[in-house]
Design a protein around this ligand. Sequence first.
Ligand code: FMN
Length: 372
Amino acid sequence: MSVPSPLTRLPDHKLTLGLFLPMQQGAWSPSTAPRSTSWTFDYIARCTRRAEELGFDLVFGLAQWLGKGGYGGDMHFREHEVDPIIANAALSSLTKTIVLINTVHVLYAWHPLHLAKFGAAMDHISGGRWGINVVTGYKPSEYRMFGLEPIEHDHRYVMADEFTTIMERLWSEDDELTFDGKFWKTEKAFLAPKPGQRRPFLVNAASSGAGLDYAARHSDLIFITSPTGADPEKACEALPAVNARIKALAYRYGRQVKTIINPHVICRRTEMEARKAYQTILENEDTVAADNFVQTFVSGDTASWRGHSRAQWVIGGNVHLVGTPTQIVEWFGRLSDAGCDGVQVNFFDYLPDLEFFGSEVLPLMKQAGLRR
Ligand SMILES: Cc1cc2nc3c(=O)[nH]c(=O)nc-3n(C[C@H](O)[C@H](O)[C@H](O)COP(=O)(O)O)c2cc1C
């Protein structure tokens, strides 16, 4: 049967708006500057419900498998995280409209039938609001935690393709599925209930050739990174080519996708206050945590985040937007002009920053035609 794109279930705004949830201790920033942000479910639920009230389209939870102490330092950066798929199951009962996306490392000993079943359950509980960010895992240490050997970069996407194909068929086909794959097999596998519209949202965040080819074939939302680091001026010059390449690839497969970038937003009434808040995060860097955090990315085989400097990692996230509400909305407009279909914002101090964003930035986004 032909399956309608889940993108038709997203409201029709010029710029899709998501919140990158602070699922992991310390969220994006290895900095001990004072803040309320917390990894606890209660805090995550408050962020999600407030984002829904403010009209955000989606929230997103990342997943990483870290050892004792996380990335280390005094703050044990990212040590704690409530599993995002479990968190989303609970959040789906606390919310009504917002789309809930969580990350799953599909190559860490999952069978596609398991995840398809979980996905159908999540879709059922949330009323078609669930999505999965399919990641293949770029950290050798994570594979070893599961007793597995790390897998070569491009081969991971060959495996992810088979895994996702099996899930898609289990979700969409009426009959039992017997599949004799290279990596997974099923005999008369069957799912009931199916996801209501036969397909949860599929998300990916690749940058490499193999990763983007996978994403163009399977994903609905594609998270992109700035190849030139966090400076928004440089990012806006580089991103049109990134977005055009992804859209062309998807077009070749006859598919529609939306690209979303995650800016770190530091917004205050005056530019001077915003710049001061930026400096405060930097001045309170947790050096050990920051060193370890950066090291993971520069030593891994990931094609994303290659252009970010060490200082930019201390702030965290993708492009850094620092300024007044007017300036932030101007940057959103420029990201939109650069071909980004959405922004998924990170904050340093989530609840107060989200509140300020809701009262000062969102109305200007509407005035600018970015939101209805
Ligand atoms: C916005 C964003 C979110 C991501 N979330 C996760 C995550 O939760 N867990 C993870 O292991 N990797 C995550 N990644 C990394 C990607 O899955 C991927 O490994 C990386 O972007 C490298 O792309 P490549 O595999 O094409 O080289 C994320 C990347 C981006 C840009």
